[in-house]
Design a protein around this ligand. Structure first.
Ligand SMILES: [Zn+2]
Length: 305
């Protein structure tokens, strides 16, 4: 391509002008024949955003307002990410809506463009408004970041990816959001707790360190008995450094002095003590977290590990 313009005299400007022109040409690719001819030209794989769809595929959005997204790195040349978007009906049948070949690794900008445009395309094709109510995907930060384009939609995480990435199996048994959050915190607490800081005061009373620990639990117990606080701040630090649990009735509700224990009669401390004793089952760990994004070594589809 040749660029002749009186204002352009630096190589980089010419390069930018050529890239801009190419970008404009790409936007005009609306039919598969043009895509074929574009692919036969030398292509810059670092600046690619190709979205393939048809009217029929876009019409499947009427089955559900939930948009499913996943990405694979295994099926393309140059190991570029291939995004697959779709939806499903009540019989769990999946309907692909389009596939995108992108050069940016699941970036925030990519999803932002896509979320903005897919609603316009689907609404135009179907002659009725298409509004996404939920976006289901893996833990990609790009999807979460781009949710600002869909202010009315909720972000869901696919359960298969929760198992793979969060090492947690049995949280799905939680029957309310509050129990789910408490259970998730309990798993983290058990993993990081220093067990030497858990003290037994009496047959049924235990002291556990809090998240905001300003003193060790032994000092805390001594101060509890002596009540020899130097100042109000010292008392305040002491108050929030540890929690006192009462297991005199061994089954829940368990008394705990943390604010969740006092209000809800169910807190991470009570749940974790029972997990440590084995009276409550620990959520199963599946495998080491795989990590997000493009794997370092990409395998071919249907190949064995
Ligand atoms: Zn508690």
């Amino acid at each position: 391509m040749e660029v002749l313009h009186p204002d352009l005299f630096i190589d980089s400007k010419i390069k930018s002008a050529v890239e801009y022109k190419q970008q404009q040409n790409r936007c005009r690719i609306k039919f598969i024949e043009k895509l074929y001819s574009w692919c036969s030209q030398p292509v810059d794989v670092n600046n690619t955003f190709i979205c393939l769809t048809t009217r029929q595929l876009l019409s499947t959005c009427k089955h559900s307002s939930v948009l499913y997204i996943d990405c694979t790195y295994k099926v393309t040349a140059n190991e570029l990410p291939l995004l697959v978007f779709g939806t499903s009906d009540f019989n769990r049948r999946f309907y692909p809506m389009d596939v995108c070949l992108i050069s940016s690794d699941e970036s925030f900008e990519t999803f932002k463009i896509f979320f903005r445009d897919i609603q316009v395309w689907a609404s135009t094709i179907n002659n009725q408004a298409y509004t996404v109510s939920h976006v289901m995907g893996d833990g990609a930060a790009g999807i979460t970041g781009a949710m600002c384009e869909l202010p009315l939609a909720s972000r869901l995480m696919c359960w298969v990816h929760v198992i793979l990435e969060q090492d947690i199996m049995q949280l799905q048994l939680s029957f309310s959001d509050q129990i789910f959050v408490t259970a998730a915190k309990a798993v983290e607490w058990v993993k990081k707790i220093d067990k030497t800081q858990i003290l037994q005061l009496t047959t049924f009373n235990f002291v556990v360190p809090s998240n905001d620990q300003k003193m060790n639990t032994l000092t805390w117990v001594n101060l509890l008995h002596s009540m020899a606080w130097d100042s109000y701040d010292h008392f305040n630090d002491c108050l929030h450094s540890a929690r006192l649990l009462d297991f005199s009735c061994f089954l829940p509700p368990i008394f705990c002095t943390c604010r969740y224990g006092l209000k809800e009669f169910a807190c991470v401390h009570a749940a974790d003590m029972m997990m440590l004793w084995g009276t409550r089952q620990m959520p199963q760990e599946i495998e080491k977290r795989r990590g997000k994004g493009r794997p370092k070594k990409v395998k071919y589809p249907l190949s064995k590990d």
